[in-house]
Design a protein around this ligand. Structure first.
Ligand code: SF4
Length: 286
């Protein structure tokens, strides 16, 4: 397997052997290499969960945020310095449970961030509870008689909420996933990549033997990612066949481009010598 140790820290991943997070870790490094990004040119925001441990194994600028808040933190970073390449990652429990509202609002804002969802359909770090993407009927420690609700569909939600790049990858297809991450980072606007990430320990029913015979690539059927209706229809397909690839892609003004306060120059490059911070505090606290 290709590896680019320039992006490794001195720490060895602590994930369970066979965990799908390894595939995402390699795919990210492949993508950084292909894009020619140096360590200091990458800013990543991590969530809470097994996916968040990635913050220890990637040598980039990083912020290990609080549960469900990766996207607000990533948005703040992007707005402070919109020249940065900002990538946010979180698990399905983190990003689609407590963080679901932020997900929808980031889609409609179209901020130029790439968001990778480590979607293992379970809470892994807390040893196996039902998550927002657990399928109906799924038995777990928190739902021993099976989940009653329907799962959240992150792709359909992203398409309908205004994300301008919506894709699904599979951590068992690392080269394909790397290519999706490259496209997502290059895309100007909010790019969402939902990754089928087996949790071999706490969700073995949705592991490699389940996904390998089912996944197929949208490129192989000639899907046109600009076809909104077809993209939505494909996003609803998750049974004997599970599509991976770019579902939807369009161009729309980003939040940063539309914001008159930001302009060409990042806020971090503004000259603040003439600002009297004490006056501002006095005005705000009056
Ligand atoms: Fe991976 Fe699941 Fe182990 Fe967490 S508990 S490291 S998601 S296999």
């Amino acid at each position: 397997m290709k590896d680019y140790p320039i992006y490794n820290t001195y720490q060895t991943p602590s994930w369970c052997p066979g965990c799908g997070n390894f595939g995402i870790w390699y795919a990210l490094k492949n993508a950084f290499h292909e894009l020619g990004l140096q360590n200091h040119e990458i800013t990543m925001v991590f969530g809470i969960g097994c996916s968040g441990n990635l913050s220890n194994f990637l040598k980039v600028y990083g912020f290990h945020s609080i549960h469900g808040r990766t996207l607000p933190v990533a948005s703040g970073i992007k707005l402070a310095n919109h020249k940065l390449n900002v990538i946010a990652t979180s698990g399905d429990g983190d990003g689609l449970g407590i963080g679901l509202g932020h997900f929808i609002h980031t889609c409609r804002r179209n901020i130029d961030i790439t968001y990778i969802i480590h979607d293992n359909r379970v809470y892994g770090l807390t040893t196996g509870q039902t998550s927002p993407t657990s399928p109906k009927g799924f038995p777990s420690k928190s739902t021993p008689f099976g989940v009653i609700e329907l799962p959240v569909n992150p792709l359909a939600l992203a398409i309908l909420s205004g994300a301008t790049f919506v894709a699904r990858g599979y951590s068992g297809e690392i080269d394909h996933l790397s290519s999706l991450i490259v496209q997502g980072i290059r895309h100007k606007g909010f790019s969402v990549i939902d990754v089928l990430q087996p949790c071999v320990t706490f969700n073995p029913s949705y592991s490699y033997p389940f996904y390998n015979p089912r996944v197929y690539k949208l490129e192989d059927i000639g899907h046109n990612p600009q076809d909104f209706e077809k993209a939505f229809k494909l996003a609803m397909e998750f049974n004997d066949k599970i599509p991976i690839g770019v579902f939807y892609k369009t161009e729309r003004e980003t939040y940063e481009q539309a914001s008159i306060e930001l302009g060409e120059k990042p806020l971090t490059e503004d000259d603040i010598e003439d600002i009297n911070i004490e006056e501002i505090f006095e005005e705000l606290l009056a």
